[in-house]
Design a protein around this ligand. Structure first.
Ligand code: PEP
Length: 256
């Protein structure tokens, strides 16, 4: 198979009213002039999916959602199924983000069920894993990552329907980032675990994103780490200029 293409995905979280679509329009226009090396995805709040989908028609920017319910339909007030997200134009969904694990008590088993729901609806599942500050201090990072991966990754996961996002919880929204050596060690370990769980070929082709305070100033450094196949970007994805500057890290180093 051709070399896998990196992916840079923007997670808008609970940010963005209709007016924020102007940032998506600006990104689309910018990328039309300067086609990006990586694949680009934007994950706005569910309320903007349909409008974002219309706005992105004809562009190469992919659209993702931020969470889904495991079931296709039913009495679950306020929840959205993977099928609904697909129907709104999403091609992917983030599952197991640490904010959902923390705010909603989502376990690995729940994340696994959500990833399977994504597959059922034809969506790519972006499965988030990562240790807390306390776990890092206790020296249990790799143990935590292994447990989350084993529990959250469905058996029928493949490089074609899954992306892993390694996001140290202590790095999210804090401006702190691990060293390049720590990122390399975590990603190498995840690649090895994926090999054990899914086989060597799937592991080689599956994209592992780094997430946690990726900014224009540190993107080139973080994205050049071995086994980092792109980034999941929170705060810096809200402004088209910042997001574009992160994507440009690829052209600067001529990666592909
Ligand atoms: C995230 O929430 O997935 C994230 C990486 O956030 P930030 O880039 O703001 O740290």
């Amino acid at each position: 198979m051709a070399a896998k293409r990196p992916l840079v995905a923007g997670n808008w979280k609970m940010n963005g009213l209709g007016a924020a679509l102007s940032e998506l329009r600006a990104l689309r226009e910018r990328l039309a002039q300067d086609p990006p090396v990586p694949e680009i995805m934007v994950c706005p709040p569910a309320t903007l999916l349909t409008r974002a989908h219309d706005l992105l028609a004809g562009s190469t920017i992919l659209l993702g959602a931020q969470d889904c319910h495991p079931l296709p339909a039913g009495p679950h007030t306020g929840d959205l199924s993977a099928e609904m997200l697909a129907d709104s134009g999403a091609g992917a969904v983030i599952v197991g983000h640490s904010e959902r694990r923390q705010d909603h008590g989502e376990t690995d088993a729940v994340v696994n069920a959500k990833a399977r729901a994504a597959f059922r609806a034809g969506l790519t599942a972006i499965i988030c894993i990562g240790e807390t500050e306390q776990e890092r201090r206790a020296g249990t990072t790799l143990e935590i990552v292994r447990r989350q991966l084993e529990g959250s990754l469905p058996q029928d996961a493949r490089a074609a329907n899954v992306v892993i996002a390694y996001e140290p919880v202590w790095a999210i929204g804090t401006g702190l980032t691990p060293t390049q050596a720590d990122v390399a060690a975590a990603h190498r370990f995840i690649r090895g675990e994926l090999g054990r769980l899914l086989g060597k070929e799937e592991s080689r082709d599956l994209r592992i994103l780094y997430g946690g305070s990726v900014k224009p100033a540190n993107a080139a450094e973080l994205l050049s780490v071995p086994d980092v196949d792109g980034a999941l970007v929170g705060g810096a994805s809200l402004k088209a200029s910042d997001f574009f500057a992160i994507l440009s890290a690829y052209s600067r180093r001529g990666a592909g």
